[in-house]
Design a protein around this ligand. Structure first.
Ligand code: NAP
Length: 562
């Protein structure tokens, strides 16, 4: 006979395959929203947390459940809000300048109406059996099961919506609806008898998540994502501990013990690892505050990895967070948690593989945590032997702009550091007005997160149909009069094609060196993330506009205007 565990495993595997098919269709443009969307969906750990917080199992369980409810609701509210903020920014050329249309009133009205209808049905089911309490409980469990199935379908449709910027927001609205239904339905779970801690946890989580989701700047999205993973993972660990304490006296069978163990171990590892990643990205040593916690595994996993490699770690921890969620699903035998855990796990794993491929690292690197250790190596001949570096002033550059017809803008991590995306967008508009064709070249790992540049440029009102992927744009470089490199370095280094001794050798790059002339905006000749000198700067066609990218763009803009 098929056991619950076997059914759970079937669901986990099938959801993983489905997740693979849905998530591989998400274009690189939307990879950052994908990360925060799966983050929000992984807040489904909330439903297990609600039961533990409200069931009066024991005082310890209630406290652990309350913390888990607070953490998970922070993820849900913050995750959906920031995803919507990002998606609202992606516009086509003809939509720029127009305030994004709100959702149709009918659609918005349908949302609360359906939720209220659903609550009424659940309430009625619960009330109708006041006399025969057990039959009403059984009925509400059956009703819940069907609502969970519906929620799972809505989550998958939501992720499917991310395959195009056009449908992405609607998709996320469906996913949010699925989440509200799953949460609201769980409030009628027969084991829940006390709503005090649930209400408090939901209120705190919504306020914290809401302010994070509405206020966090787009440049801080990687840190927020890491912090969010840590909260989800903490919730999973706490529920695992609560379940262990609850069942240990009556004895735990090996399956239950294994799933609880997995939930707590993966959850703890992801919690510490993600906090460390957030701390490193934020530039503070947050981990000292948590060193006292005995979550040594996550600590040891992340401590040797350089701050710049945190995005790969975050995507991988996203995947671990999904596994912790799925383990929680196995512990509580809750299928929707198994499904979302599997979707989240697949998404994080695929994104980390994608980053590794774009950085020319192997999947084995990811699996065994040996990444982040690009060794500083022989960089090649001394700078003097490589040739001369030419510099240019903003005023000289304006003269160049007088005689050209096409520019390809190449943004990189320096644009994010300088917050120069608005300057880039303003300059591009001015050039377009002068009849110059402007295209943007987006490398899959430019910046520090997949899709990082897309989000920043969308924030600066750059239409997404002006953004070209590496494969699309490379054939255009030989025709481009100017390749304008704004804070990008490694993703333009020709050593990746020409120098077998370079650590970058084999990494696909933007072929900026094939443009008729190259202008690079950065502060110095210092290397980028990989710690490798860039041969491009010694190319006779290349001129350096030294300085902070935002300031240089302001000067250039002023010079062009005058
Ligand atoms: P990069 O190679 O890290 O170079 C960024 C450049 O920006 C630096 O050389 C720096 O030069 C310049 N810069 C910093 N602050 C600046 C400012 N205020 N104004 C102007 N320039 C500034 O960046 P990239 O070309 O975008 O390449 C990304 C790297 O990150 C790749 O090696 C990639 O493998 C790695 N990575 C990416 C991801 C991802 O998902 N996107 C994940 C993991 C790793 P100065 O100091 O001279 O100004």
């Amino acid at each position: 006979m098929t056991t619950e565990l076997e059914i759970g495993l079937y669901i986990f595997i099938l959801a993983g395959f489905l997740g693979y098919h849905v998530i591989t269709r998400v274009p690189p443009l939307l990879h950052t929203p994908l990360m925060s969307a799966t983050n929000a969906i992984s807040g489904i750990s909330l439903i297990g947390s609600l039961v533990v917080a409200g069931a009066n199992y024991s005082r310890l369980s209630t406290v652990l459940g309350f913390i888990a409810v607070t953490c998970s609701s922070t993820n849900v509210v913050g995750g959906f809000l920031i995803t919507d903020r990002m998606l609202k920014m992606f516009k086509r050329r003809e939509e720029v300048g127009i305030q994004r249309r709100r959702f149709k009133p009918k659609l918005l009205l349908a949302f609360p109406v359906l939720v209220v209808a659903f609550l009424v049905v659940m309430y009625w089911i619960r009330r109708s059996g006041t006399d025969t309490h057990s039959s009403s409980a059984a009925l509400s469990v059956v009703a819940l099961r069907y609502f969970y199935i519906l929620s799972a379908v809505l989550f998958i449709l939501g992720l499917k919506g991310l395959s195009s910027p056009k449908y992405a927001r609607k998709g996320m609205l469906l996913a949010a609806f699925g989440m509200v239904m799953a949460i609201a339905g769980t409030l009628f779970h027969p084991e829940i008898v006390n709503y005090r801690w649930i209400t408090l946890g939901l209120a705190i989580g919504s306020v914290v998540g809401g302010s994070m989701g509405l206020r966090i700047p787009m440049t801080a999205v990687p840190q927020r994502t890491a912090l969010s993973h840590s909260l989800g993972a903490l919730a999973a660990s706490l529920i695992g501990i609560s379940e262990y304490v609850r069942h240990v006296a009556v004895g735990l069978d090996s399956v239950k013990m294994t799933t609880i163990g997995l939930e707590v171990v993966i959850g703890s590892l992801t919690f510490t690892g993600s906090l460390m990643a957030a701390g490193k990205l934020q530039g503070i040593l947050l981990f000292f505050a948590i060193v006292g916690l005995a979550l040594l595994f996550g600590f040891l996993l992340v401590i040797p990895i350089g701050a710049a490699d945190m995005p790969v770690v975050i995507a991988l921890l996203n995947s671990y967070g999904g596994l912790a969620d799925a383990s929680m699903g196995f512990v509580l035998m809750n299928k929707i948690q198994i499904i979302t855990g599997s979707l989240d796990g697949t998404s994080g794993f695929l994104l980390s593989l994608l980053m590794c491929r774009a950085m020319n690292r192997s999947a084995m690197n990811v699996l065994f945590g040996a990444f982040g250790k690009i060794e500083k190596q022989e960089v090649g001949p001394a700078a003097e032997a490589m040739g001369t570096v030419r510099s240019i002033t903003p005023e000289e550059l304006t003269v160049l702009f007088d005689s050209i017809r096409s520019v390809i803008v190449v943004p990189g991590y320096g644009m994010a550091v300088a917050q120069a995306q608005h300057g880039v967008s303003e300059l591009a508009k001015l050039l377009s007005v002068r009849g110059i064709d402007v295209k943007y070249a987006i490398h899959p790992v430019a910046g520090r997160m997949p899709g990082h540049m897309n989000v920043l440029l969308a924030e600066a009102n750059v239409p997404y149909d002006q953004l070209y992927t590496m494969e699309q744009i490379n054939p255009y470089f030989p025709e481009a009069d100017i390749a304008l490199v704004v804070g990008a370095n490694d993703v333009t280094n020709p050593a990746a094609k020409n120098n077998k001794n370079s650590p970058l050798y084999g990494m696909p790059i933007l072929e900026v060196d094939r443009a008729k002339s190259i202008i690079v905006l950065k502060r110095s000749l210092r290397p980028g993330f990989a710690g490798v000198d860039n041969d491009l700067y010694y190319n006779p066609k290349c001129m350096m506009l030294f300085g902070d990218a935002k300031e240089s763009l302001n000067k250039l803009f002023a010079a062009l205007k005058s």
